[in-house]
Design a protein around this ligand. Structure first.
Ligand code: PBG
Length: 329
């Protein structure tokens, strides 16, 4: 037997390929900022910019043209609007709500995903509320429910709780049902690890500064998962599904492909993976140094998610990967 036979030409390689990346697999995370006609580069994420709402709409149009099914919006909230109680999260006029309405007003066939978590709105940068130095679970859930309702009312198609409080999926689902938002999807960041790969994201949304100044520092280990654990990820996913999650996410991505594989095989539900900011940053840094072929590692890394069983991938490479796929075709 010679396994090299089918590898000898590109048509036969294509014929036997077991996995394929398509534009429909991509979700594009975008950073929203205040102002008009503004684009501010994120230093630790070469090629990524924070965009004012007018430019967010342009990005969403670009997504629609490329065939990217959905965008995920993250706000860089002004410092003066960050507080102990994260009240800006429930302001129907906050950045992500206005951006969502602007995208919907443009009539684009693109899903809008909003993160449910308090970190862009707290003055300490944590995803939950703090009482006596502790991130409190149940009071945080009340805040997350209020945030979810405001986001659903703004027209978000998918709410993505990324906070890792226990029981928040059920509480949010019930509130959505009671509020008549039957069709609002919930994508649970079910297995989200306490990872050092989120660093550049925290620069982008401005929570790196707030976290560094908080007494609890950058440590999210009391709510995000321990990178040492696998079985626990399955319990997290099982709970979120039982509470009503429609879609499941594993995060980070590349260092956690084993989790993507186990979750997708165990539950057979739509499972998404987030190729996070630090993964993007390291690939881009090596490419900029001339040490890696940027396009090649981008496509190879995204295909790896498909091989692991992901239904789709949140990636800052989304527009570039979509353009590359278009050229291939
Ligand atoms: C916040 C949130 C984070 C990311 C998505 N939502 C950061 C964190 O948990 O500190 C990270 C995304 C990335 O690194 O690209 N709840």
């Amino acid at each position: 037997m010679r396994l090299r036979r089918v590898r000898s030409s590109s048509w036969s390689r294509r014929l036997v390929a077991e996995h394929r990346l398509g534009v429909e697999d991509l979700i594009w995370p975008l950073f929203v900022m205040e102002g008009e006609n503004r684009r501010v580069p994120v230093a630790s994420m070469p090629g990524v910019e924070r965009l004012s709402i007018d430019n967010i709409v342009i990005a969403a149009e670009q997504a629609a043209e490329l065939g990217i099914p959905a965008v995920a919006l993250f706000p860089n909230t002004e410092a003066k609007l960050r507080s102990e109680d994260a009240r800006e999260a429930f302001n129907p006029e906050n950045l992500v709500c206005r951006a969502t309405r602007a995208i919907k007003a443009a009539g684009l066939n693109v899903g809008v995903i909003l993160d449910v978590a308090l970190d862009p709105y707290t003055n300490h940068g944590h995803d939950g509320l703090i009482r006596n130095g502790e991130i409190v679970n149940d009071d945080t859930i009340e805040a997350l429910v209020r945030q979810s309702m405001v986001q659903a009312e703004a027209g978000a198609d998918i709410l993505a709780p990324s906070d890792m409080m226990d029981g928040r999926i059920g509480a949010i689902r019930s509130a959505l049902e009671d509020g008549g938002h039957f069709n609002t999807l919930v994508m649970a960041y079910a297995a989200k690890y306490a990872s050092a790969f989120y660093g550049p994201f925290r620069d982008a949304v401005g929570s790196a500064v707030t976290l560094a100044s908080s007494a609890e520092k950058r440590d999210k280990r009391s709510y995000q998962m321990d990178p040492a654990n696998t079985d626990e990820a399955l319990r997290e996913v099982a709970l979120d599904l039982a509470e009503g999650a429609d879609l499941i996410m594993v995060k980070p991505g590349m260092p956690y492909l084993d989790i993507v594989r186990r979750v997708s095989e165990t539950f057979r539900v739509p499972t998404f993976a987030y190729q996070v900011s630090g993964e993007y940053a390291m690939l881009q840094a090596a490419a900029q140094a001339g040490w890696l072929d940027s396009d090649a590692v981008m496509m190879e890394s995204l295909l790896a998610f498909k091989r692991a069983g992901a239904s789709g991938i949140l990636t800052y490479f989304a527009p570039r990967a979509a353009a590359a796929l278009k050229n291939e075709a």
